[in-house]
Write a protein that binds this ligand. Structure first.
Ligand code: ATP
Ligand code: MG
Length: 386
């Protein structure tokens, strides 16, 4: 008997109704394919789900790990492809059932010439399981394990076991493109993850103030972008120097305004890069009240320099502990907590302005040649592709 491992990938169909469905499915298929680049496999889409087969069985764990991270994947199951024969089907079932707990068999017969109908397959396989496993019982409403059996039209059957929960969300590429302001901290990678999960392509932007900040800070951000890109299927990271901007602010503006003014420069530069890269919004990791600059007045002051696009702050209502939990779950936490210098800590005043008044901020900026500073920063732009 020839028993071959297969994986079924299920997506959440609710989102995919209507005329956009074909488009969503196409993007999702491309993303699944991309996630398995470098591993032999085939993906088919019979109806309402995706089947991965003909893969390198030694790498099944790795394949599942990669598929789990593709946004749009809700659950997946490992299973076996066997001949459409009750004995062969049962041998696969034996590999998938646990020792104890409750189970349910869910058969589906695409090949109507198969001698048993779905109900009969359920009863027959269920009966064999019960006869051989005294610690298992049937529960059709809320089973611990569901065994799915698909009798296909080509003389084969697919047998699947437990559902593994995957990332969920929408396929990246179905909700436009955003520019993530990526620092080396805990918050911004989580913010990027959340927006990418809703289907948005993420482009990154990191500001450094080398030589005040060191190369490790940059490597750390690159590492974070690399981790994020395992979910998003790739990410372009833009890196811009704000050294001269900070020196200039430090020289000409009130010390307590450093962070507020730097934030406004970051936003101006970000909007320019959005226009250059086709990004439609700016994404930050700000959370209301978390630090002095993340007050509503601080946000008003930074929003005021943006001409024509929204700033998405997906963490605005989150506690730090909730953000940390998410950052652990997505695998960025360990990298984020490595010590580093962020440009925001350079020339950091003892008492930053907590509730900057827009008029006084604008007044303080009058001494600066804003356009020249922005242009100069843009000239320092480098990009790295992950
Ligand atoms: P994070 O953990 O994301 O660094 P934080 O709690 O340290 O956030 P701030 O330093 O106030 O908060 O930064 C707020 C947001 O501004 C960050 O989440 C990020 O989106 C953006 N930001 C801050 N510093 C940088 C930087 N050097 N490069 C790019 N974006 C930055
Ligand atoms: Mg930070």
């Amino acid at each position: 008997m020839n028993m071959e491992k297969v994986i079924i990938v299920r997506y959440c169909e609710i989102h995919l109704k209507g005329k956009n469905r074909g488009y969503f499915e196409k993007v999702f298929m491309t993303n699944l394919e991309r996630s398995l680049a470098g591993i032999r496999h085939e993906i088919r889409k019979p109806s309402g789900r995706y089947i991965v087969e003909n893969f390198d069985e030694d790498r099944v764990e790795e394949i599942i790990d990669r598929l789990k991270k593709v946004f749009g994947t809700h659950t997946l199951s490992l299973g076996y492809k066997v001949g459409a024969d009750m004995n062969e089907i049962y041998s696969a079932v034996k590999l998938l059932i646990p020792d104890s707990g409750s189970f349910k068999v869910e058969a589906n017969r695409a090949d109507k010439s198969f001698p048993l109908n779905s109900m009969q397959i359920n009863a027959e396989i269920g009966g064999r399981i019960l006869a051989q496993n005294p610690k298992l019982c049937v529960d059709v409403h809320d089973p611990n394990t569901t065994i799915c059996i698909d009798i296909r039209e080509n003389g084969t059957a697919l047998v699947f076991g437990d559902r593994i929960k995957a990332a969920g969300g929408m396929p990246v590429g179905t909700a436009g493109k955003g520019l993530l302001l990526l620092s080396g901290g805990i918050d911004s990678p989580v913010a990027g993850y959340m927006i990418a999960k809703r289907g948005m392509v993420i482009e990154g932007l990191h500001f450094h103030s080398y030589p005040y900040t060191n190369m490790q800070a940059r490597e750390k951000v690159e590492e974070l972008a690399k981790i994020l890109s395992t979910y998003t299927g790739g990410m372009n990271l833009n890196i811009v120097s704000v050294t001269h901007i900070q020196e200039t602010i430090h020289k000409y503006c009130p010390a307590e305004m450093m962070v507020t003014l730097l934030r406004r420069f970051m936003m101006r530069i970000a909007e320019r890069i959005c226009i250059q890269t086709g990004a439609q919004c700016i994404i930050t990791g700000e959370s209301l009240g978390q630090v002095a600059s993340q007050t509503i007045e601080g946000m008003t002051s930074s929003n005021a320099v943006i001409q024509g696009m929204p700033v998405l702050r997906p963490l605005v209502g989150f506690d730090k502990t909730e953000i940390i939990e998410r950052s652990r779950a997505i695998g960025t936490f360990e990298t984020s907590i490595q010590p580093y210098e962020d440009c925001c800590t350079v020339f950091l005043p003892k008492h930053p302005l907590i509730r900057p008044k827009l008029e006084s901020v604008q007044k303080a900026e009058e001494k600066l040649n804003i356009e020249e500073l922005v242009q100069e920063a843009l000239n320092s732009l480098e990009s790295v592709q992950f």
